[in-house]
Design a protein around this ligand. Structure first.
Ligand code: SF4
Length: 297
């Protein structure tokens, strides 16, 4: 883990913490911080650096936002708001600055649909507050049970602690998601993760690793060095754009779901009503492709 003392932390003033979102799952995204001390190597949010003028490496800076009071929170009733689309609202500094807590306190009583996404256990401390929202959802990203691989990829807390946090939040009556993302071909064992978490979550979202932007070469170099036996597979998927790995995995998940009584759907809205007592598995492997083809129409 990075030494937290080396992370450059700045408190900044912004007009608003609410951003209209183009994510399919939420109308607004809320990022109480800029940057993320978890510094995942595959983080899609690392592009933020370009827009905020930060020179530090991704993961090594954090701007703590203070915003103007949200006017009339009740007017957002029924809107879905996701906390943590380009930061982790429960990163290591939330304990000190409590900006995610500040947002949740401000919006209390507004009856928004609240989604919190995290790789932390800090949401456990906010259970009472989260429970004041109607039907909230807390999601954890878990793409391995191997702590060594996890440590190679991010500076967040251990997988074991994430699962413990999921269990506590679930037991407190709050809906939970295990976001198996990004799935690393040949490394992420989707089925052993499902077996580990299936009793503590309502949804399992599956998302494949997309390699683009600045982190593509870093990940490919890492695979070549640490997993040379996967070199050909990664070339097929990420250079030759061969989808057969994902199609095969999709088939296996479908068979697994049939056998174990899970509802399994592809690219559906993330909060489908669940008629079963088991989590719904939602596959987003083809999300990028579907988005791309609808753009080209
Ligand atoms: S926890 Fe999320 S926002 Fe933070 S670095 Fe990782 S992927 Fe990016």
């Amino acid at each position: 883990m990075n030494d937290l003392k080396n992370i450059v932390v700045k408190e900044i003033k912004v007009d608003s913490v609410l951003t209209k979102s183009n994510l399919p799952i939420a109308g607004y995204s809320i990022n109480p911080y800029i940057g993320c001390p978890f510094g995942c190597r595959y983080c899609y949010a690392a592009f933020m650096k370009r827009f905020t003028g930060h020179k530090e490496d991704w993961g090594m800076f954090l701007d703590v936002k203070y915003w103007n009071k949200i006017k009339n929170p009740q007017k957002y009733k029924g809107q879905t708001m996701i906390v943590g689309s380009v930061t982790d609202g429960y990163n290591y500094f939330e304990g000190k600055y409590k900006r995610t807590r500040a947002f949740l306190e401000e919006m209390q009583g507004s009856e928004i649909n609240l989604i919190l996404t995290s790789k932390s256990a800090l949401a456990v401390r906010a259970i009472d507050l989260i429970k004041t929202y109607p039907n909230p959802l807390v999601s954890w990203s878990i793409n391995t049970l191997n702590e060594n691989f996890k440590n190679d990829m991010d500076n967040a807390i251990s997988i074991k602690r994430r699962i413990e946090a999921m269990k506590k939040i679930h037991n407190a009556g709050i809906r939970t998601t295990c976001f198996i993302s990004p799935i690393f071909p040949g490394i992420t064992d989707v089925f052993s993760i499902i077996e580990e978490i299936k009793d503590f979550c309502d949804y399992i979202w599956l998302e494949n690793l997309n390699l683009r932007g600045t982190f593509k070469s870093d990940i490919i170099n890492y695979i070549n060095k640490k997993y040379p036996e996967l070199k050909e597979l990664y070339t097929n998927i990420y250079t030759k754009k061969d989808m057969s790995y994902w199609e095969e995995l999709d088939k296996k998940v479908s068979e697994y779901s049939d056998k174990n009584g899970f509802m399994y759907v592809i690219d559906k809205e993330p909060f489908l009503k669940n008629p079963t007592d088991k989590p719904i598995i939602i596959n987003y492997f083809y999300h990028e492709k579907i988005r791309q083809s609808s753009k080209n129409k």
